[in-house]
Design a protein around this ligand. Structure first.
Ligand code: NZQ
Ligand code: ZN
Length: 383
């Protein structure tokens, strides 16, 4: 096992009725920027619950944060914080709202040029405005992690900073009852792939991390189709919400190598074609596992056995059967696993390989051996 330091300071308030706790969790004198997306929180009653809990505090709103949040919209939030001397950010929505709010939090005190440099140049985030989150879409883990993914023009880039851990996040599963099936599927698939990025590498003498990861994958396989069939089952949605958080809050990645190539390639597909984040992952991961089967061999066999119960056949047959089971799972959730099904031309393989080479992203994956040429091969196999 590799050395590690683990700290996750985000307080989680989980369950029915917890949005009311905003009243006591937020400082009484807080001057709040409340951020949200395109209006789902107004349709499902979350907006009213949040406003009631905020009471008489000063609240300025920034709505209209897009899925795959955009720099220009977020810079409006930066301006509002400065203009109204706000000191606390409250994200109410899914991963895009949470991520966008993290960017605002980091951009406000940033003095080293255009805040886009945090993404484009990995400029250091030295401070951030405190933020909290009311989560309405289980998927990204953003409610309990240090990551944010922001889009500008045809670029979609990520940054990480411990300064943007939410101070607290409220996870009320009832807020997810209004999710359309497409977003449920996206959340299940995104969470599944988050675990795979932290697990499907090589053995690292970390059996507990392996079994945590496998249990999250098994839970998602078990509840995914049931969520689609039972959109108002509280316990099912509660499991979904906590499972998605646990998939990317840092617990399962301690002491082990990580991959993240599927995400890096997937972000390019979203940037170029607007494809939903999770749907890009459902296309890339099966192909990546097949192409990288030699270096991931031991973990692929362990996964095929423990997650999918595949114990018959040669090693390559078991690996193929595991990948096929995963493909079937994604497709059953309603996410096609081929580029062509999304209307993305096969030529994207060359385009993405070239874009990554231009950005000098030339050595990704747990061994740094996924070069632009390998990316091309992975996408060509996903056509
Ligand atoms: O904008 P509104 O009207 O709120 O509608 C949203 C949006 O259209 C809707 N929605 C959210 N909660 C709802 C709801 N509709 C009905 N009822 C509810 N309760 O769902 C749509 C998608 O929302 P979005 O926030 O974009 O989805 P998600 O949570 O999947 O976030 C995706 C973004 O997160 C990034 C992705 O790249 C993408 O930009 N990621 C962030 C990560 C992180 N911070 O750690 C990791 C992930 O790998 C991912 O990259
Ligand atoms: Zn993801």
């Amino acid at each position: 096992m590799e050395n590690f330091v683990f700290r996750n300071p985000t307080k989680i308030l989980f369950g029915k009725g917890q949005i009311a706790k905003l009243a006591s969790e937020l400082p009484a004198q807080a001057r709040v920027l409340m951020t949200y997306g395109g209006g789902s929180i107004k349709a499902n009653g979350v907006y009213d619950q949040v406003k009631a809990a905020l009471g008489s505090r000063t609240v300025v709103e920034l709505g209209g944060i897009e899925p795959n949040p955009r720099y220009e919209t977020l810079m409006k939030g930066v301006a509002l914080v400065k203009e109204h001397r706000l000191d606390f950010l409250l994200a109410v929505g899914g991963g895009s709202v949470a991520d966008g709010t993290k960017f605002i939090a980091a951009a406000v005190p940033f003095t080293d040029g255009d805040p886009w440099r945090i993404l484009a140049d990995n400029a250091e985030v030295k401070a951030a405005v405190p933020l909290a989150c009311v989560l309405t879409l289980p998927a990204t883990g953003s409610e309990m992690n240090t990551a944010a993914v922001i889009s500008r023009g045809d670029q979609k880039l990520a940054f990480l900073s411990p300064h943007v851990f939410p101070v607290f996040s409220i996870l009320d599963p009832e807020t997810t009852f209004s999710l359309p099936p497409r977003q449920i599927a996206n959340g299940v698939i995104d969470s599944f792939v988050h675990v795979m990025e932290q697990y499907m590498t090589y053995p690292a003498g970390a059996p507990l991390q392996d079994r945590f990861a496998e249990s999250i994958l098994q839970t998602l396989v078990e509840i995914g189709p049931r969520l689609l069939a039972s959109p108002r089952d509280y316990d099912l949605h509660a499991s979904f919400m906590w499972t998605a958080t646990m998939a990317l809050n840092g617990v399962i990645s301690v002491g082990v190598p990580q991959d993240w190539a599927t995400h890096i390639i997937g972000h390019e597909l979203t940037a170029l074609h607007g494809t939903d984040h999770a749907r890009t992952l459902a296309v890339v991961l099966p192909s990546l596992l097949s192409v990288k089967r030699a270096t991931k061999r031991e973990k692929l066999l362990q996964w095929a056995d423990r997650v999918w119960g595949i114990r018959e056949g040669t090693p390559d047959q078991r690996i193929d059967a595991g990948i096929a089971k995963m493909r079937t799972f994604f497709e059953a959730m309603g996410a096609p696993t081929r580029l062509s099904a999304h209307g993305i031309p096969a030529s994207v393989a060359d385009v993405v390989a070239q874009r990554l080479a231009e950005r000098k992203v030339t050595a990704i994956g747990e061994r740094g051996d996924i070069t632009p040429a390998v990316v091309r091969e992975i996408l060509a196999a996903a056509a």
